[in-house]
Design a protein around this ligand. Sequence first.
Ligand SMILES: [Zn+2]
Length: 190
Amino acid sequence: MSVSRRVVIDVGHTESEPGAVSPFPPNLSEWEYNSRIAALAHNLIYTADVTVLSRDRGTNGYRDLPGKINAFSPQLILSLHCNAATPTAFGTEMIYHPGSIAGARFATILQNEVSSAMGWLESDTGYRGIKSPIGGRGATLLQQTCAPCVIAEPFFLTNEADCRKGIEHMNDLAEAYARAVNGFFECSNF
Ligand SMILES: [Zn+2]
């Protein structure tokens, strides 16, 4: 019996409030970059129906995002971002909700797929790993969504080498996200 499943891909930020921007041409913002990635990954996900969305623009957009996602009753949620910090910070990390076993599993699959797309070995500093901060980054989204949810931070838009790699490896990254979603569902009994 086939069961229909849905994954929501949340493209972080909005077109008019697009998040961090790469410091050199093509000066891609988080929103633009991840919109392209989401469209590429969408075509490669064969284990679930895919809904791509973003928060609504304006001050309540982030607060209302979990409800907007939950309305689609997904079994899995992938929130696409890029990291930003001091220029020296670099690497790949995934954020999931503390205590969520399925979230940790999806984060681990994503961490391994995305790191290898970015060229990191597990022993490299750039393999920053999976993280579950309590009440930290993305807490509203992670706490209030009704399915395993991971915030993906594949590289730092504030680090030049990282950012160039991210732009160069867009197709690899989209494939990595799709492989992670397919891998999660193929090993799950829904
Ligand atoms: Zn972001």
